[in-house]
Design a protein around this ligand. Structure first.
Ligand SMILES: [Zn+2]
Length: 156
């Protein structure tokens, strides 16, 4: 991966992620980002990557659901199935940070996978705040910020 990456998402999906974070607060919510990565399609007018649906997952970290989430092999299968049913791919994952900033934690880095987009929404006192997107570097040394472009459904 080189240069800055960007991610398109529409307002409705942003709202869905925010609502999920608020519902699950004070625990962390998590889910999959379904969409298309258009690098291979070489259409310059389109974003390289676009979220077209979100798929809610259950946070399986029963030991400390407030500050970690875990995506299991089963989650990946479920998300992949949901994506393919809609002609899409799993292009990333989202989760919330209850009462913490919308920045990847050390635990996120340890458990993250390169290539995918990671959207994080900060939920402070039960209210959704900042939302950011990140990609883990190929050597997994750090997350780099990814520009999120929030679009109206009508423009899509
Ligand atoms: Zn996190």
């Amino acid at each position: 991966m080189s240069g800055t990456s960007n991610l398109w998402i529409n307002e409705q999906l942003v709202e869905k992620i925010r609502r999920h974070g608020v519902e699950i607060y004070p625990n962390e919510c998590c889910g999959a980002l379904l969409g298309r990565d258009a690098d291979a399609e070489a259409v310059p007018a389109r974003a390289a990557r676009e979220v077209l649906e979100v798929f809610q997952l259950v946070n399986r970290r029963e030991d400390s659901p407030r500050n970690r989430f875990a995506v299991t092999a089963e989650d990946v299968r479920d998300a992949d199935k949901a994506a393919r049913a809609q002609g899409l791919d799993v292009i990333g994952w989202y989760h919330s940070h209850p009462d913490h900033p919308a920045r990847p934690s050390e635990c996120d880095r340890e458990h993250g996978w390169p290539w995918y987009s990671y959207i994080i929404v900060s939920v402070q006192n039960g209210k959704a705040q900042d939302m950011t997107s990140w990609r883990l570097q190929d050597d997994r040394s750090a997350f780099l910020p990814e520009e999120m472009e929030i679009r109206n459904q009508a423009e899509a």
